[in-house]
Design a protein. Structure first.
Length: 164
């Protein structure tokens, strides 16, 4: 994956075909999780994506969530669907590379969606701020950890390209 400035705050992202397929699959998974009923309210990912507004007061937290969850879900879902549509519209070239030019609003959208994917995966596998990026191939969490690390790299590359 490469990300380069494309002028006026835009970024050009180049993905090889397997990366584009993986990214599309991750977006599809996120879209499914964001659907109403896609995550159980007791799921830690649900609680991370739709946090309590008040700690220590379950009634206030439930009231806050009832006011905010629908709009948060709708915004996240729309962003993820737009990213997936952008990937599909770009289509792979003859050299099996996919070039996606992101205008400034799309850059912001991609960064937010990547963050949502990282939050979901990181929560699922218990990533903490003190986590090391050492991978044990025998660890069942090695694949999601590598995906998390990949998304972190993509996010960093897009931010750097946007700033550059």
């Amino acid at each position: 994956m490469k990300a380069n400035p494309a002028g006026a705050g835009a970024v050009r992202v180049r993905l090889v075909a397997p990366e584009a397929d993986t990214f599309a699959s991750l977006l599809t998974d996120l879209i499914a999780a964001l659907q109403p009923g896609g995550l159980d309210p007791s799921d830690p990912v649900y609680r991370r994506l739709y946090p309590d507004g008040y700690q220590g007061n379950a009634e206030a937290a439930d009231a806050f969530r009832s006011l905010t969850e629908s709009s948060l879900r709708g915004e996240r879902l729309e962003r993820a669907e737009q990213c997936l549509a952008g990937l599909a519209a770009a289509g792979a070239s003859a050299n099996r590379k996919l070039d996606v030019t992101l205008e400034p609003d799309a850059v912001e959208r991609w960064l937010r969606v990547i963050n949502d994917m990282r939050l979901a995966i990181g929560t699922r596998i218990g990533i903490t701020e003190d986590d090391e990026y050492d991978f044990d191939p025998n660890d069942p969490a090695s694949m999601p950890r590598s995906i998390y690390a990949y998304l972190t790299g993509v996010q960093d590359a897009v931010v750097r390209a946007r700033m550059g």
